[in-house]
Design a protein around this ligand. Sequence first.
Ligand code: ADP
Length: 306
Amino acid sequence: MKTAVEIKDLTKRYGDLTALDSISLTVNEGELFGIIGPDGAGKSTLYQILATLLNPNAGSASIFGLDTVKDYRTLRRMIGYMPEKFSLYQDLTVQENLRFFASLFGVSVKDNFNLIAPVFGQLEKFPNRKAGALSGGMKQKLALSCALIHRPSILLLDEPTTGVDAVSRSEFWDILHSLKESRMTILVSTSYMDEATLCDRIAMIDKGHILKTGRPDDLISSIGKNLWQSSAKEMFALLEEYRKMPEVIDCYTFGAYLHIVADDNFNSRIVKDKLSQTFKDFELSKATGTIEDLFIKLSRENHNVL
Ligand code: ADP
């Protein structure tokens, strides 16, 4: 398998703040690879380095063997970059934006239209609408079309689904899967943990550190089986009660429930008998782990280490 992206001990500092702390990562050609982490994790900094717009303080990053610092001129033609902040010209129409991005790379929209056709879809109906007047989902598709118009070898998509409605988010992931079928390498970042399972592999990142890398299913199964969900009328008091139990490793709010990570001494029958006497509407059952559970666990460990 050919390596598409090789990141070695990459560090980026802004003054006293270390945004990326000696991270290493490999992405294979044709992979749909997710960079998953909350705001401030360092995702955009990583993307700016990969897009050759920012130089690291230490370490290196290369794409298809080309160094992002030394070989930036060649690399810029090979990369399709969709930055986190909206990249389009709001006062230009759909068609004008596309033509502009094509002209930057000396290609014509017509020649490469077949590549963007699946993405462009509904936009074809509004060629003269200004980009600023498009819905969030349509803007996102136009931005992706503009990033693709020069037939890049790799797509760097920085939080493309942030602030976009759920239907457009799901359509966007369908598009990424169809692009992947054409062997395009895609590096996509997101702070939506549920999107992790849509990637081939992911790197979980927090405060400039990579917490874990792997296939989403493998990572989820590493959470283990002793995960429980519980609820009652008085949720906060219930949380405090669980946190007092020696067999409870961690307890945190998870949507409408509490999630409880327990050790082998946790006996659900005994806990149920005890807590249902104290708490109204008490419930306790096995929970299915998610990437978010793993993220909470790993980032707590990471914070303890730092
Ligand atoms: P993310 O994309 O995951 O939200 P960023 O890479 O934007 O993370 O930011 C990582 C950290 O670096 C944050 O603490 C952020 O405030 C800081 N940061 C980002 N860009 C700059 C900058 N140009 N100057 C100073 N600090 C910055």
